[in-house]
Design a protein around this ligand. Structure first.
Ligand code: ADP
Ligand code: MG
Length: 453
């Protein structure tokens, strides 16, 4: 063992990393070793910097013993690795992304929003792993991490990321080989293909793609025939090494009414999650959005939003949009006081994920002076039907429960009833201007109900 007053194992690390580069696929190497930086040496081993504790856990699970074994082989004595967490500025400046950053010159894809790119996606510790996996997949579709499942609550960037994969893959794959659909559209297309006898075309379309992106697969719960079709599509694509990416609002293990064989296919590749952003990431996201929107918002107001809007990125955007609209309409500078005033509703909102269907039912029945039991129950009188539809709609808006779960809480109704109710309310909002303020009121009461109870 080397006995000097200090240890420098940096070249030992270089050699170790080089050997891994030859042993694992490029994609795997870029994904994991691209984010591993030599930091320091100790007598007993090497300290490596990683961008987040999530990475640390993943790398120690996947590679720690292999790395230590290789170090020992090279060094001739036992070596340990330890990790320190050093936040990287963004994955864009790190090795993995390199040339992904040119969204503009590319031709547009009909189903993908051109602004959903990796460039516009702010990376923080809540999403580093998901973002880097997505980047790796876009670079090298089909060769590893197949399928990839991105899961997380509402407004945390699932749609943005899955579409960014599609956008970034455009230079390598022809546009018509990249298909993005929501699970809902997939289902509807499948059903109508059966109805008009064109299901062979449907099969052909989906089984000949190179990159299949399906958003919100929780929608497939309880849709057995569509699940079966997706299963066969999956098998066909998987066997010909075509890349698939799915998003879901929860881990696949928590989905109900999903056939075992499809569940096991979703779980076969890599699952990555999106968490709510922390304060620093919220600040970074707000600054990025402000830059894009060109609205002059002073720093103290940005901090106010970052401190108080903690739910998800969609709410951060909504807060900014509200301030921007005010700035436009009133043509006055946005001060801390105006911001506090305008954003009262946002700040009152607790984490949306904590709203229960029960609290919605209590607030809605109270508002319409109905009994809570009737609202949840089977009665079909007109006086109850509308409040019940509204409550179902609010449950879908304010919680992450699926239509199946919402139906269950309303007297065991079928998920299609819930879908129908939501559609009815949405249609009515368009034609009946009195409904919007009612809904706004109810939402506030539901949020406050939670605070006061
Ligand atoms: P989800 O599909 O998970 O409900 P979205 O992808 O629709 O969420 O994201 C909601 C909004 O927040 C979108 O406008 C998206 O661009 C934005 N967004 C989410 N995460 C980020 C992020 N990390 N950086 C920048 N914008 C983000
Ligand atoms: Mg989405």
């Amino acid at each position: 063992m080397k006995k000097s007053s200090f240890w420098d194992y940096s070249s030992l690390w270089k050699e170790t990393a080089k050997q891994f580069k030859n042993e694992i696929s490029e994609q795997e190497y870029v994904m994991w070793f691209g984010n591993l930086v030599y930091a320091d040496s100790r007598e007993s081993g090497i300290i490596l910097a990683v961008p987040s504790s999530f990475y640390k856990d993943q790398i120690s699970q996947r590679y720690q013993s292999r790395i230590e074994k290789k170090l020992m082989d090279l060094q001739g004595s036992p070596m340990k690795i330890n990790f320190v967490i050093k936040k990287m500025q963004s994955a864009k400046t790190g090795k993995p992304t390199g040339s992904m950053a040119q969204p503009y010159k590319k031709p547009a894809h009909p189903q993908l929003k051109s602004e959903y790119t990796f460039d516009y996606f702010v990376i923080g510790e809540n999403n580093t792993f998901a973002a880097n996996a997505s980047i790796a997949i876009a670079r090298n579709p089909g060769s590893a991490y197949n399928p990839c499942l991105i899961y997380g609550g509402v407004g945390l960037g699932k749609t943005h990321l899955i579409q960014a994969i599609g956008n970034a893959a455009i230079p390598q794959l022809s546009i018509d080989k990249i298909v993005y659909v929501t699970a809902e559209t997939f289902t509807n297309e499948f059903i109508s293909s059966i109805q008009d006898g064109s299901s062979h075309l449907f099969k052909k379309k989906y089984r000949s793609v190179s990159l299949l992106l399906i958003d919100d697969i929780h929608f497939l719960q309880g849709k057995n025939q569509t699940q079966e079709e997706l299963f066969y599509t999956f098998e066909a694509l998987y066997n010909s090494s075509k890349q698939m990416v799915f998003t879901c609002d929860r881990p696949v293990s928590e989905l109900k009414e999903l056939t075992d064989r499809l569940r096991s296919r979703f779980e076969r590749g890599l699952s990555v999650d999106l968490q709510p952003p922390n304060y620093e990431t919220r600040m970074a996201i707000l600054k990025k959005k402000i830059e894009i929107m060109h609205v002059p918002i002073p720093d103290d107001v940005i901090e106010l939003i970052a401190r108080n809007v903690t739910t998800n990125v969609r709410d951060l955007e909504a807060a900014l949009t509200k301030l921007a609209a005010y700035g436009d309409l009133v043509d006055k500078d946005i001060t801390l006081d105006t911001a506090k005033n305008l954003l009262r509703d946002f700040f009152a909102a607790p984490k949306q994920r904590n709203i229960t269907i029960d609290s919605i039912q209590r607030v809605v029945s109270d508002y319409f002076s109905l009994s809570y039991a009737d609202l949840r129950g089977k009665k079909r009188t007109k006086a109850i039907a509308f409040p019940r539809q509204l409550a179902m709609y609010l449950a879908r808006e304010l919680t992450e429960y699926s239509t199946t779960e919402v139906g269950y809480e309303f007297g065991g109704r079928d998920h299609t009833t819930v879908m129908y109710a939501c559609q009815k309310i949405e249609d009515r909002i368009k034609t009946d201007s009195t409904l919007e303020p009612i809904i706004r009121n109810l939402k506030r009461n539901i949020r406050e109900y939670r605070i006061s109870s």
